[in-house]
Design a protein around this ligand. Sequence first.
Ligand code: PLP
Length: 388
Amino acid sequence: MKRRTYLPFYVPDIGEEEVEAVREVLLSGWITTGPVTESFERKITELVGAKFALAVNSCTAGLHLALLALGVGPGDEVIIPSFTFAATANVVLHVGAKPVFADIKEDSLTLDPKDVERKITKRTKVIIPVHFAGFPADMDDLLGIKVKKGIFIVEDAAHALGSVYEGIPIGSIGDITVFSFHAVKNLTTAEGGMITTDNPVLNERMRVLSLHGLTRDAWLRYRANGASSYQVIRAGYKYNMPDVLAAIGLAQLRKFKANQRKRKILARRYLEGLKGIPGLKLPPVPRDPLMVHAWHLFVIRITEGTEISRDEFVSQLSEFRIGTSIHFQPLHLEPLYRKTLGTKEDSLPVTEKVGKEVVSLPFYPRLSEEDQDYVMESIKKILIGVKV
Ligand SMILES: *Cc1c(COP(=O)(O)O)cnc(C)c1O
């Protein structure tokens, strides 16, 4: 039986806790960046084990600030995967530097350190690994390259709040790490991001740039005897996170552990239930017990062993009223980068192959086991003709 209502690809876990937290801030008399944002920042430093955290209004803004703080600009190159969201590449263009795309590894779908080494030139200033779907990238290998060549590592951790690499939480490994709290990420503030670092100089630079280039947080000026003045020292940006959104973040943090546990259980159910289907490739599971997968996404691959293409599979799932998403279309084949960077087909073989195979299934703490079973039965019906 096909369901009549549509099963969405994603539903955020927003409940009365978030509504109450927002209500409190809205009626408090202070709704933009202030004490609630500060407290959210502190909680994130505790969660990821970083010295500093700076809340911003998106991960994209955070990545932009990271590159600015590291002094990346015209003439510099930044190595990134092509298998990522547009933001990872766009911020490199924003600072006037050149994105250089490296391939990913077939197993983890994260940056291939060997290809990164091949792409390094004298102009390489930063490497931006993406912890795809929450699976940690090969940080040891990338840090090894960094040590040899004096290159900075900025982690695009949009999928990786809660990920742990060899016992160390993502957020305290690279020079700078940036998380996303966009509506579909595993912790949300509707829109938002968080930058973490252990480096006080970088932290201070990013903080100044995040709020108009002023030397002091605006909210200090409004405190009881806050007659203190400020100086404008940079042409900064308007990237701060308001207290209203930080309140959502704090409420989300209180149930983060429980939600991550639910994700793990749902991932196990998918891994078990979709085992052994010809041509369906399941996502990698870390073998190292010191590695934690944040399971932000559950991405399967429709490979050559099947009779139908990925696109056909997606449209058939949609006939079963099941929402899906594609993470990601290879960036180097998008018109913008072809035009500005001259990138072409047949340059990143794994990315190009995988880009045609990936499908992200409905996957979120509020997904019921019944709905998940329906997804799995529908997939079997499509791929091996099993009656539902
Ligand atoms: C979502 C996402 C971003 C952008 O996050 P925003 O908070 O929407 O700016 C960047 N990189 C990756 C890999 C993402 O998935």
